[in-house]
Design a protein around this ligand. Structure first.
Ligand code: AP5
Length: 199
């Protein structure tokens, strides 16, 4: 997969509802696969903490559990993927989250002569998602906001499951297991060379 510059390196999307463990797994997998982890949620939270123009614009949206608009996210992701470390491969955590975002990502990669290797769908029952997020207690982890994030996921993000399944990129992962077991399931999809086991 990926006939572009660095096809040895994995280009992977982590898909799943809030609290599924995408960020947790991205931190471990990026070291094991030797690629950078890119979390749009972390990038936006950093912008909020820095008080930048972007941060001020998205602060209220994030606090309410809604999605930042696709055009803003396209700018954020295009700029991030243009950095040199992303040429070595990446794990995208939290992007894409809508069908237009998936098309934007495909376009960015196509323009660079690259393609995705895999989309890992992390599945966890809803009551466990609520338990995990409330236990963590991030600013947007209050119960009403978590329920809204789950509603938004079902409405806007879940259609990506079919989108990527049609493109034969989707791999389903049981996220309702201990962290190390989830990691093992994911690594099992990859061969020693990065993407040998995928595609
Ligand atoms: P984002 O930061 O992406 O939040 P999220 O998708 O809601 O995901 P979470 O971070 O809550 O969950 P996660 O799946 O990463 O799980 P984690 O590993 O943290 O986005 C936040 C906001 O930013 C959005 O609501 C939106 O406003 C905006 N945004 C971001 N990207 C956007 C985009 N593309 N478009 C528009 N808006 C965007 O784990 C959760 C907890 O569970 C942790 O405490 C962890 O320790 C625990 N845990 C993890 N794995 C396990 C396990 N296997 N067993 C038990 N506990 C576990």
């Amino acid at each position: 997969m990926g006939d572009g510059a660095d096809s040895r390196h994995a280009r992977v999307v982590l898909l799943g509802p809030p609290g599924a463990g995408k960020g947790t797994q991205a931190q471990v997998l990026c070291e094991r696969l030797g690629v950078c982890a890119i979390s749009t949620g972390d990038m936006l939270r950093e912008a909020v903490a820095a008080g930048s123009e972007l941060g001020e614009r998205v602060r209220g949206i994030m606090a309410a559990g809604e999605l930042v608009d696709d055009a803003t996210m396209a700018d954020v992701v295009r700029e991030r993927l243009a950095r040199p470390d992303a040429r070595q491969g990446f794990l995208l955590d939290g992007y894409p989250r809508t069908l237009p975002q998936a098309e934007t990502l495909a376009g960015i990669l196509r323009d660079a002569g690259l393609s995705l290797d895999a989309v890992l769908l992390v599945e966890v029952p809803e009551d466990e998602l609520v338990r995990r997020t409330l236990q963590r207690g991030r600013a947007d982890d209050r119960e009403g906001v978590v329920r809204e994030r789950l509603r938004v996921y079902r409405e806007k993000t879940a259609p990506l499951i079919g989108y990527y399944r049609e493109r034969r990129l989707l791999h389903e992962i049981d996220g309702n297991r201990p962290v190390e077991e989830v990691t093992a399931q994911m690594l099992g999809l990859f061969g020693a060379g990065g993407t040998d086991g995928i595609g």
